[in-house]
Write a protein that binds this ligand. Structure first.
Ligand code: SF4
Length: 335
């Protein structure tokens, strides 16, 4: 049977995103992407309704090029031929998350307010259904204190704990020990390391957790403007969140070392303080949630960029402080 009677469709987990001058196909399962011409996007959309033969007849002049592209997409496993395209419906990319707070970032120092209130903070964020916690240790907090904190959140439903530390203050064996003892620690980032590398399976007791060594100083790693790594993410949850919400601030809570309750640790604005306010009351405030719903489709320049649903947004370090819709400052790309 000739392949020309078939329809070409992308796998349901591969989505097309049109930009101003070019487009992209995001493969949300294999976590990769392919840049394609915008014209091909139109063809891919049409190919769902018309057979290859009909497309060839419709675009006689460009038929050869179109077929080459379709073959390339099949070869690279972004799409396939079928006689029954209706059997492959689109995925529902609605954003749904079962709790109000998705992730909490909490800063600690030797003398911080958060250290004294750690128990209360953890109780409150767990009550809000938060499952992911980033603990940021900003100075030489003794390892014994770090461990005491981890014990406070042990077996309390947090599925992901990440710790960020400054490598110049800690002994690597103590860090490995911590990772092996507490199974919900999934990642420990050691800044000021001698290499950029990842130690997977540091200990057979915690085969899900790993240590990430980074060359950057603590200050640079922790500052989104300075740290330009990990800006692009191609995966299903990130795509769903990016299409519907702000992919950085949505359902995020930060508590700085002074106990201030914020959207982002680098934001100058705070909504209250753990000394006097209940975290649950603060995060329910509409003002606190203001940026949660701001997608890249509203941001100047980003809205016409093919990377917009894989690119981490930033609402703190922006090009024009007076315009909240202005583009993140750390991007030189002109879509
Ligand atoms: S920040 Fe840059 S790369 Fe990211 S979406 Fe905006 S224009 Fe595109």
């Amino acid at each position: 049977m000739s392949k020309f009677i078939n329809y070409f469709i992308l796998f349901s987990n591969c989505v097309i995103v049109k930009g101003h001058s070019q487009g992209a196909i995001y493969d949300l399962t294999r976590e990769r992407y392919l840049i394609i011409p915008n014209d091909l996007i139109e063809i891919i959309k049409l190919a769902k309704k018309y057979t290859i033969k009909e497309i060839k007849n419709k675009y006689k002049k460009d038929a050869r090029g179109i077929l080459q592209y379709i073959n390339l997409l099949i070869e690279k496993e972004y799409g396939f031929l079928t006689e029954q395209p209706f059997l492959f419906p689109d995925i529902d990319f609605t954003w749904q998350y079962p709790s109000l707070i998705r992730v909490a970032i909490i800063e600690f120092t030797q003398k911080s307010l958060t250290l004294n209130y750690a128990d209360t903070i953890f109780d409150q964020i767990i009550l809000l259904g938060c499952k992911s916690l980033q603990i940021v240790i900003k100075d030489r907090l003794p390892i014994i204190k770090v461990e005491q904190m981890i014990r406070l959140v042990e077996n309390r439903g947090l599925s992901y704990i990440e710790i960020v530390i400054d490598g110049k203050y800690y002994n690597i064996n103590n860090i490995k020990n911590l990772l092996s003892k507490y199974l919900n620690i999934r990642k420990i980032v050691i800044t000021n390391s001698k290499t950029n590398s990842t130690d997977v399976n540091n200990h057979e007791l915690n085969n899900k957790g790993y240590i990430q060594h980074v060359l950057l100083s603590f200050e640079k790693y922790y500052n989104c403007f300075e740290n330009k790594n990990n800006v692009f993410k191609v995966n299903l949850p990130f795509y769903c969140e990016s299409v519907n919400r702000n992919n950085c601030l949505n359902q995020k809570l930060c508590i700085d070392s002074e106990g201030n309750i914020k959207n982002c640790p680098h934001s100058e604005y705070n909504f209250g303080n753990i000394k006097k306010d209940n975290i649950g009351d603060i995060v329910k405030m509409s003002n606190f949630q203001k940026y949660w719903f701001m997608t890249k489709d509203e941001i100047k320049e980003c809205k016409r960029c093919e990377y917009r649903y894989m690119c981490l947004d930033c609402r703190v370090f922006i090009e024009d402080k007076k315009d909240i819709f202005s583009k993140p400052m750390n991007c030189d790309y002109k879509p």
